[in-house]
Design a binder for this molecule. Structure first.
Ligand code: AMP
Length: 477
């Protein structure tokens, strides 16, 4: 296995990777980083979940000269959500080098973005429409922008943005370096690549290694009328930490949201008919872990990267195998595992068979507590037992999940938590797992038998000036 250092990244970037906790490159990163560092154009066939953002993001950060204030690199995204996500990732990778990343997207005041561009923006990450708008208003000048990334080009095509993409490309220097990422390669994308890329290296990461091998996939045959009650049953049995339920249309999305809400569930809906403000509110609540269940349409949830999503439920069979792979890419992210459950009406079995053919994975029939034959070894078993303590049970014994009242906002990193727990409680690092850091809180799991002692030993410990408090998840306060 190649290391990040062997790929040719600088020490500053390697330090940034240690800070974000990436220990080894994912396949797309291993193959994409060296040619991009050499200045070559690439076509990367990879989806969300493969680690593609770092695959282009790290060479892009390396490329930026921090002394030059002009826009030197641009990343075009099909949606606002992906734009924000890519921006956050690039900021994390480029922070220590002092690279200034500005996000520009529709649905937010253009004036603020114009001001941000006047103040800086060595890298601009933007949605196609807004970028073009800013170019037209002469607020964004791409004369010196020699590193161009088209992220999720097939989504841009689906949304009808390809012509605008070409307009933007024509504003950049012809000697630029271009990286095009697309999960699929329909003819218009190939044509675009032929026209705008120079002898690109084509890098393909097979769908199976992309998203599917860490995800256990299930199917449930259910008639149209019984779907909603079945969903309630599935959610009750699976007890997801976070789940996205996909519905085919906005109307179904809303109906389902109401059904679940009326059952007393903490659930939100996300679809394109909602105002940008309410969509943002829902995204924040879900990303922050405050809402466990999100009912969404594909467009609204496109590119969403939520590392804590444990379950994806396809309430309707996805309209194509590609959509299926996109959807289940929201769980089982790099190094983690998840469960995907697809509802199939009897007459839709052939559509399901097409998906299975595409992914090469046969979906197991779902039942409460069901496992697939090839359950990932690091799979987190589903939780049950006492309702107020979130326990996991595996071959080594039960684990208890703890919540820490501090997170990113306090500068907490996974390594800080592992260090303080192991030193204060005198246990080995292997006894701390599933560390997840959110904005204002964090989670970690420890052996159930040691949890009380760990809570006592660690509570009050000082990490980066914050006194930690720990509690079992779900404990009554
Ligand atoms: P992406 O496909 O770029 O959306 O990345 C998917 C997720 O994997 C994000 O949460 C990244 O932070 C994470 N990730 C990317 N590369 C690595 C890596 N080499 N090791 C661990 N996690 C990674």
């Amino acid at each position: 296995m190649t290391s990040f250092a062997e790929l040719g990244l600088s020490e500053t970037t390697l330090q940034a990777l240690r800070d974000v906790g990436y220990t080894e490159p994912s396949p797309i990163q291993e193959q994409t980083i060296p040619p991009l560092l050499e200045g070559r154009d690439i076509i990367g066939q990879a989806q969300t979940g493969s680690g593609k953002t770092a695959a282009f993001g790290l060479p892009l950060i390396e490329y930026i000269d921090p002394e030059i204030k002009d826009c030197q690199g641009i990343v075009l995204t099909p949606t606002r959500e992906l734009c924000i996500q890519v921006t956050q990732a690039l900021r994390a990778y480029g922070e220590s080098k002092g690279v200034d990343v500005v996000a520009v997207f529709g649905g937010a005041p253009i004036r603020t973005q114009q001001a941000q561009l006047r103040a800086g923006g060595q890298i601009v990450v933007g949605t196609v429409g807004r970028v073009l708008d800013l170019i037209t208003r002469a607020s964004l000048i791409l004369h010196d922008c020699r590193f161009v990334v088209l992220d999720e080009a097939d989504e841009m095509l689906d949304l009808g943005f390809l012509e605008d993409v070409e307009k933007i490309l024509s504003r950049t220097p012809s000697g630029r370096q271009t990286a095009l990422f697309s999960a699929t390669m329909p003819p218009p994308i190939r044509k675009l690549a032929d026209r705008y890329l120079y002898e690109p290296e084509v890098i393909q990461v097979k769908a199976k290694t992309l998203t599917v091998d860490t995800v256990e996939q299930f199917q449930i045959e259910v008639g149209q009328k019984d779907k909603a009650p079945k969903l309630v049953e599935v959610l009750a049995a699976e007890k997801p930490t976070q789940a996205i339920v996909f519905a085919r249309t906005k109307i179904r999305c809303d109906q389902l949201f109401r059904t679940l809400r009326d059952k007393g569930m903490n659930v939100r809906a996300l679809h394109g008919d909602m105002s940008q403000g309410s969509r943002d509110g829902v995204m924040l609540a879900f990303k922050g872990g405050r809402v466990p269940i999100l009912v969404a349409t594909d467009v609204a949830a496109r590119g969403l990267d939520i590392s804590s999503v444990t379950h994806v439920v396809n309430f309707d069979v996805p309209i194509s195998p590609d959509v299926y792979v996109h959807r289940i890419g929201r769980t089982g992210r790099v190094g983690r595992s998840g469960r995907a459950i697809t509802f199939v009406e009897p007459k839709q079995q052939s559509e399901l068979a097409a998906i299975e053919k595409h992914t090469g994975v046969t979906m197991t029939l779902w039942a409460p507590g069901a496992k697939t034959a090839a359950a990932p070894v690091h799979e987190k078993p589903h939780r049950h037992e006492k309702p107020h303590v979130d326990k996991s049970v595996d071959q080594e014994g039960p684990w208890a999940k703890l919540i820490v009242a501090a997170g990113k906002a306090e500068g907490i990193k996974p390594a800080d938590l592992v260090k303080v727990v192991t030193s204060a409680a005198g246990i080995g690092g292997e006894a701390v797992r599933d560390v997840k850091i959110f904005e204002r809180f964090s989670f970690l799991s420890v052996p159930e038998g040691d949890s009380k002692r760990i809570i006592e030993a660690v509570s009050g410990a000082d990490v980066k000036g914050t006194k930690l408090t720990l509690e079992p998840v779900g404990a009554e306060s």
